[in-house]
Design a binder for this molecule. Sequence first.
Ligand SMILES: [Zn+2]
Length: 188
Amino acid sequence: MATTKSKSKAKPKAPQVEPRPAFSLERALAAISERNTPEQQAEMGRLSRLAIGRIDPNSPAAKAKRAKTLEASVLNQIKHLQKEPESELRTTRLRVARDRLGELRAEQGDFVGAISVTHNPKRSDYYEKIQRAIERPDEEKCECPTFQARDGKRIVTLSPRFKAQTIMTPTGPRNLMLCATCGFMNAK
Ligand SMILES: [Zn+2]
């Protein structure tokens, strides 16, 4: 800036006709970073590198990747258990392992594969519902009416349909919409 550094109310200088230097991003960034101490600059650099490298460990994509790695070891475990002589313990362990395998497949968006191995009927029902929700056209929804609720002095209209969770599907992550009234689901 070509103005005086003094903050006093001195008479304004005659406008200067000197041309403004062309804007330089590098110079601007250098000027900004000069305001910080070298320690602060180092800390900012470290934080921005961390932010770039960070992937939300709970995102469906991160879970799917982890599940794919774990699936191989659970399959191995099942193979070993199947070679063991029949026993109550073996049966229980096989059931647990199959449910775990189902879970890992569901995390990868393979609900058909999950249903095919899952032992627990409640879980496979749930996977079937999700599979139907994935296949359903996005615009399809239940007929349940909206309802009104009081918010302080206001009356607000609420939909019974809300985003229950994000799930992985064969075509990538989708929002699983759930109706609180009838339980209808659509993944879109
Ligand atoms: Zn409904």
